[in-house]
Write a protein that binds this ligand. Structure first.
Ligand code: QAP
Ligand code: CO
Length: 166
């Protein structure tokens, strides 16, 4: 396993639209393992392949307290959304920034698991937010794009300054 580099906002590669996964093979399993190690080390609760500069429709989530319930979503598709909730989101690609975002309360998602088997999941609360946040990454969208232009530009400047300091 290996820890992968995470792209930091405002890296333009975060706006790449991911392509569907064609085959669930050994190379994909290797990427899933590396992404899991990267997410747990951060620590984070969700990571999309886009964030590690791999532009395929793959994301992983673990919202458990015990950090031992990895959920893998390959070629995920939201088939229904319901209600509204506001949640203070963060992102491994925007370190140190936490802002409220309004999203659907409930989502139904269809995806392949790590064995290539199709499953359907109905998610609420944090898991629902996380699924929507990570699917946005696969569409080239970062959560700060839901904020006002002023807030977004402040965050952009903060990130750029931070990088210059390293
Ligand atoms: C997305 O985000 C998410 O700023 C996953 O310094 C977040 O794992 C969905 C993290 C909240 C729903 C609610 C962020 C770690 C992790 C940071 C993450 C940081 C260190 C973010
Ligand atoms: Co994110």
């Amino acid at each position: 396993m290996a820890i992968l580099d995470i792209l930091n906002y405002p890296d333009p590669r975060l706006h790449t639209v991911a392509k569907p996964v064609k085959e669930v093979d050994a190379a994909l399993h290797r990427l899933i393992d590396d992404m899991a190690e990267t997410m747990y080390a951060a620590p984070g609760i969700g990571l999309a392949a886009t964030q590690v500069n791999r532009h395929i429709q793959l994301l992983i989530i673990d919202t458990s307290e015990t950090k031992d319930q990895l959920q893998v979503f390959i070629n995920p598709r939201i088939t229904s959304k319901d209600g509204e909730q506001e949640y203070e989101e963060g992102c491994l690609s925007v370190p140190g920034v936490y802002e409220n975002v309004t999203r659907a309360e409930k989502v139904t998602v269809e995806a392949l698991d790590e064995t290539g088997k199709l499953f359907t999941l109905e998610a609420h609360g944090l898991l629902s937010v996380c699924i929507q946040h990570e699917i946005d990454h696969l569409l080239g969208k970062v959560f700060v794009e839901y904020l006002s232009p002023l807030k977004r530009s402040r965050i952009k400047n903060k990130m750029l300054k931070h990088h210059r300091a390293i």
